[in-house]
Design a binder for this molecule. Sequence first.
Ligand code: ZN
Length: 266
Amino acid sequence: MWTRTLAASALVVACSVSGALLPAGPASVPTGSSPAPSSQVAVPAPLAGRLIVIDPGHQLGNHNFPRRINRPVPAGGFTKPCNTTGTATNGGFAEATFAIRVARTLRDRLVALGAEVRMTRTRNSQDLWGPCVDDRGRAGNAEDADLKISIHGDGSTAAGARGFHVIRPTSREGWTDDIAGPSRRLALDVRAGLRDRGLPVANYTAGGDGLDARGDLGTLNLSDVPTVMVELGNMRNPGDARRMTSDRGRATYAAGLASGVRRFLG
Ligand code: ZN
């Protein structure tokens, strides 16, 4: 995509050079192959004008605030607890920490591509809790964001369970029937982006295709913009845990997600 954009812009500059910018005179006879000065080539950033919401799951200190975390909040026609503690690797690396680190790397990538990015939380601390799932679910609605991605890691104890899966909202009348279609497309694009980075789809979810649809998640139900939740790996699986606890592994997840976003936004 980037290469194509560059090529198109270079073509435009070449046309304007030969058609309008060259003054008459023997010193300026067009050769037809002179490169334009690079300072005159304005290449638009591929995600300029896009607003993307990133929702890093949980908060490191959630377990320290049980009363606040267990408070029921709206979740799309029913209530659910404000938030949960999340899972961890067998070595104790918290899902909340994994999520915020992938989110920050993803944010930096998207900003570098020209996007405006909002995060539902920017800090990760034992002294903090939340936000609740209703706030996460509504994030980006007022600003009509282009999409929202919620980042998680799973905690399955099934033997050999590994890989990522992408969860989209089911179509629920009055709640998600307006975003179910584009969210399904977003799920397919995010799966493709992660697969392209060599990441395996989950071998323990129904269908075995790395996709799931749920109607019980406030984070998805309350969204008015296309949204998915990604379980990037199974933190209880030693192989996935190795990837999820390394800078290089997290960079791979972020690159896959950024690639999915670019596919979706064309
Ligand atoms: Zn989670």
